[in-house]
Design a protein around this ligand. Sequence first.
Ligand code: AMP
Length: 138
Amino acid sequence: MAYDTDNIFAKILRGEIPSEKLYEDEDTYVFMDIMPRADGHCLVIPKTPCRNMLDATPAQLSACLNTVQKMGHAVMKAFDAEGVTVQQFNEAAGGQEVFHLHYHVLPRHEGVGLRPPGTMADFDVLKAQADKIRAALA
Ligand code: AMP
């Protein structure tokens, strides 16, 4: 399947729609998920185009996973979490909704389940949570 340059994460990378940015380096960009399934739920994406893991290059995968590890430590520190869940979906049948490779990074606490998908965040709360993660990264 071809890469759609009008997918929502491509628009975020081009600055055409806003995002609550947490971190970027030469190869990756990280921002808050607007429908968080846990406090601190963020998304790691490559800056270059690919639909998902299936068409990604080794360099894209490697850059993303380095940043996923960095963000895992940051969200655990920011939310005093005991663990971190990383999710990544491929194609619609695999649960993917946005067709630009992304990794979900979710801080976790013992005995606390993920919230159901699809509830929009309060943007003031999201920004406050993002501030905590940015502070943990500093
Ligand atoms: P999936 O493709 O199933 O891994 O899910 C896409 C994820 O992107 C979902 O968790 C959405 O909440 C999230 N999402 C969709 N649009 C935006 C956006 N504009 N900014 C941040 N996160 C988004």
